[in-house]
Design a protein around this ligand. Sequence first.
Ligand code: UDP
Ligand code: MG
Length: 322
Amino acid sequence: MEKPEILYMVVPCYNEEEVLNETASQLKAKYTSLIERKLISPESRVVFVNDGSKDKTWSMIQELHKADPNFFSGINLAHNSGHQNAVLAGLMTVKEICDMAITMDADLQDDINTIDAMVEKYYEGNQVVYGVRSARDTDTFFKKFTAEGFYKFMKVMGADVVYNHADFRLMSRRVLQELANFKEVNLFLRGMVPLIGFQSCSVYYERHERFAGESKYPLKKMLAFAVNGITSFSTKPLKLITTLGFIMSALSICMFIWAFIAKIGGFSEHGWSSTMCSIWFIGGLQLLCLGIIGEYVGKIYAEVKQRPRYIVAEFINEPPKE
Ligand code: UDP
Ligand code: MG
């Protein structure tokens, strides 16, 4: 291997005073060994992104920086912007100064010892290395059930996500530069990164329990995150309305026939046939119209996101001969 490359660690922190120092010292030890093994450059850094914490998190980050300015850096966001935005803020800040960046939660749930394998995979030519949890033994039944259901549902809805991969991943500088071209406001990084493409692979790790403190993702936030993931990556729910409209319209024709038979057979109340027909027909028509509008809304939605339409992986071009 030539010169070891620069690794930046991006760690979003929201009210993490209970875990921050432990995370910092574990990362320092990990980096020291990686630098000794000449896997990463001594210019590598850890960047804590303070996501508008209400506790001592930011002053602790400042102290860490003061004690070890060549190792710990910090970004202070103006207000709480949410995990995904905090991660992106960190990545976009370091994208020109690092060769690779790893994003990791502050609570030590992601296994720090996986970093070695991630960096090795990077040198093997992978531009993205996904950290995938191999087991969910430490999760409660409820978390496991909802989380695994979420990944399966995402797949059905047509969004390409890596099963059981959250936001513990390595990305090369090249991938970060492409990520910068995704202008969407509703971030769902684990859906966006696979869209970028390039050579990628997964490494497996066991997810630990939170070192200390409480989850900053209560059920309400988790549900909002799942809904955001689906609506940001798929217009299938809109298409479903169109399908439903067609089914209802077809059913209304059956209803017409049935009402007609009942009418001439003389076994219907007066007024029943016309009421039944109009309910089904109008219901179907309304859904169909909604569906058509939905199709257009879906198109507008895709347009306003202004995602890059293609990503050039390589440019092979012979210089013109003199
Ligand atoms: N986090 C953040 N902003 C928020 C919520 C969470 O930066 O608004 C950070 C948090 O400090 C942690 C990571 O995102 O480093 C994941 O949060 P948490 O561990 O609470 O989620 P869980 O693992 O329970 O899903
Ligand atoms: Mg956590």
